[in-house]
Design a protein. Structure first.
Length: 428
């Protein structure tokens, strides 16, 4: 096609401004690679007069993103507002209903409404692309839907939230407690407006749910992800994990089991010398395992203006070239509702608890674990002042449900000082 591809961009934050810069600065390159001129017709954002560091005077302005999506001079709608519902969803639906392609970076909207949006897109012949919604500049969506399309995927895992990885690696490197590094991350602007989306594991779980649906040909099931955030990981946990040859990461994992699809997002001890263990700062990593290809590792910047805008432009270029595929790798109507297997896979666990310093306290913990069929691999007590006795236990592989039952049993013995911390140890 020789006619220009005219964009309407809704959302002019960090990523939206990055897309504007790339379209303007790489215009010749984009035209050479797609065979079409890519231009911006109109934009929309909540605040019109905010200084953004780019000149928007040449573009029409729409206060309402739905009106932007419906403009006759917009061929492709770029949604970068964020939010699972509200204007982002309404404008996306308006564009798809009009048969217009949509490129979005909105992981929350896709994780919750992706099935309905995919069906709407495919019914109207309108591509819905979202590479930027998962792991920033890492092309993991393309890898699953295109490069690995001939594989039966068995597992997808990885570190998918750069803020959490920054906090954990910063705690280790500087020897700082969680609360202090959390405030540092807030001051640097790394945290979402609602920080629980980051540190609570919700943001990363949105991404995992999207990858899982593509990998296994299932309907999106964000509610089926077992989520545990990093809020209770202490500097002592990080030091003790390091002493055993591990580092702690917020690890997402989705795997196919005979019982169904298992999805979890939780702090995990990973070998310090593994690719995941060596991951520093805000970097993301996605590991994909297929029956033919084996294991592949994708690593790169998981957020930020350049990496995320790069992913958006990759999708825009595909639309400009006329490339199309089903939203989640196969027609949305063929995606199955998979059974949940939220605790199907057993693994070793790291337990940290503080006990009353009294005779028989540790024996009661061991008895509770034994009643649940959990054996102890190693155990360590630490020197302590006063009447609180810190204890570290590493179990042999056990089912998370059995461990949860054992910890409830321990709580009933009245030997605990505070809540125990339980972290999984990565299963090969």
């Amino acid at each position: 096609m020789t006619t220009p591809l005219r964009l309407g961009i809704a959302g002019l934050g960090t990523v939206g401004v990055g897309v504007v810069r790339m379209v303007e600065g790489n215009a010749d390159l984009l035209a050479a690679r797609t065979g079409r001129t890519i231009t911006i017709t109109a934009v929309s954002a909540r605040t019109r007069d905010r200084a953004r560091g780019v000149d928007l005077s040449g573009y029409a302005w729409e206060d309402d993103p739905v009106a932007l999506a419906r403009r006759d001079d917009v061929d492709l709608f770029v949604e970068l507002m964020g939010g699972a519902d509200g204007p982002a969803k309404a404008a996306t639906e308006a564009a798809l209903a009009a048969g217009k392609p949509v490129v979005t970076a909105n992981k929350a909207m896709l994780a919750i409404h992706g099935q309905a949006l995919a069906e709407l897109a495919e019914a109207n012949g309108a591509p819905l692309r979202f590479e930027a919604a998962v792991a920033g500049g890492i092309p993991c969506i393309k890898a699953l839907t295109e490069g690995l399309a001939g594989n039966r995927i068995t597992r997808v895992s990885g570190v998918m939230n750069g803020t959490c990885n920054y906090i954990l690696t910063r705690m280790e490197a500087a020897g700082l407690p969680y609360d202090e590094v959390f405030e540092e991350a807030r001051a640097l602007g790394y945290l979402e407006a609602d920080p629980t989306l980051d540190v609570g594991g919700i943001d990363a779980s949105h991404k995992l749910a999207i990858l899982s649906a593509i990998a296994f040909g299932t309907r999106l099931d964000f509610a089926g992800v077992r989520i545990q955030g990093i809020e209770r990981v202490s500097i002592d946990d990080i030091h003790r994990a390091r002493d055993m040859g591990y580092r702690i990461k917020l690890l997402g994992e989705a795997r196919a089991t005979p019982e169904g699809i298992e999805q979890s997002m939780r702090p995990t001890l990973v070998p310090a010398d593994s690719p995941l263990g060596q991951l520093e700062g805000g970097t993301n990593m996605v590991v994909i395992e297929g029956d033919a290809v084996g294991q592949i590792v994708l690593r790169g910047a998981g957020a930020g203006e350049g990496p995320t805008a790069s992913a958006v432009l990759g999708d825009i270029c595909d639309v400009a070239r006329g490339l199309d595929r089903a939203t989640f790798g196969q027609p949305a109507t063929t995606l199955v509702q998979a059974a949940r297997a939220s605790a199907a896979t057993g693994c070793a666990h790291y337990l940290r608890m503080v006990l009353r310093d009294e005779p028989g306290a540790l024996a009661r913990v061991a008895t509770a674990l034994g009643r649940a069929g959990i054996s102890i691999d190693r155990m360590r007590q630490y020197d302590h002042p006063g009447n609180d006795a810190p204890v570290l236990i590493v179990t042999h592989p056990c089912a998370p449900a059995d461990l949860a039952a054992a910890l409830e049993d321990v709580k009933g013995t009245d030997v605990l000082r505070g809540e125990p911390v339980a972290l999984q140890i990565q299963t090969p």
